[in-house]
Design a protein around this ligand. Structure first.
Ligand SMILES: [Zn+2]
Length: 143
């Protein structure tokens, strides 16, 4: 067979058959499986129900898992809280859309916002991971 590019890592490999789009590297096989499952969840209601039941069963057997996970990964828990707040805000503004003004010209005049501290930059359009940034004030002495 002719070598082809892997769908995940884009390296050349020789597929075993015409349907093989991913190379044999573990991370590429994981990407293939994740993609398959994403499609299956969208298109197969029986599979979706079975997955939901399975997850529920597992969660019933491991009731402290998520609490422990949040305790052990406070940064990830905080990130998730931020992203959920954004999702909630988006959801609530979507419903109120006709009442919300499109542009507010004088918004900067009354704004008392000190952009100093630690923030998450969350992309609104593309599905990408948020980036943590630290914003500091720079004293006038730099000039
Ligand atoms: Zn690959």
């Amino acid at each position: 067979m002719e070598p082809v590019f892997c769908f995940h890592c884009a390296t050349m490999f020789i597929p075993r058959n015409r349907k093989q789009y991913y190379c044999s590297r573990p991370e590429c096989q994981q990407a293939r499986k994740t993609n398959w499952q994403r499609i299956k969840m969208k298109t197969d209601p029986d599979y979706r129900t079975a997955q939901k039941l399975s997850k529920q069963k597992w969660a019933d057997k491991n009731p402290d898992y998520w609490k422990n996970y949040r305790d052990q990964n406070p940064e990830k828990a905080e990130r998730n809280r931020m992203l959920q707040t954004i999702r909630n805000r988006r959801r609530s503004t979507r419903k109120k859309a006709p009442d919300v003004p499109i542009a507010k010209k004088d918004v900067r005049i009354n704004m008392i916002f000190q952009p100093v501290g630690q923030f998450w930059l969350v992309p609104l359009i593309a599905k990408m991971d948020a980036t943590k940034v630290n914003i500091y004030t720079i004293s006038d002495t730099w000039q």
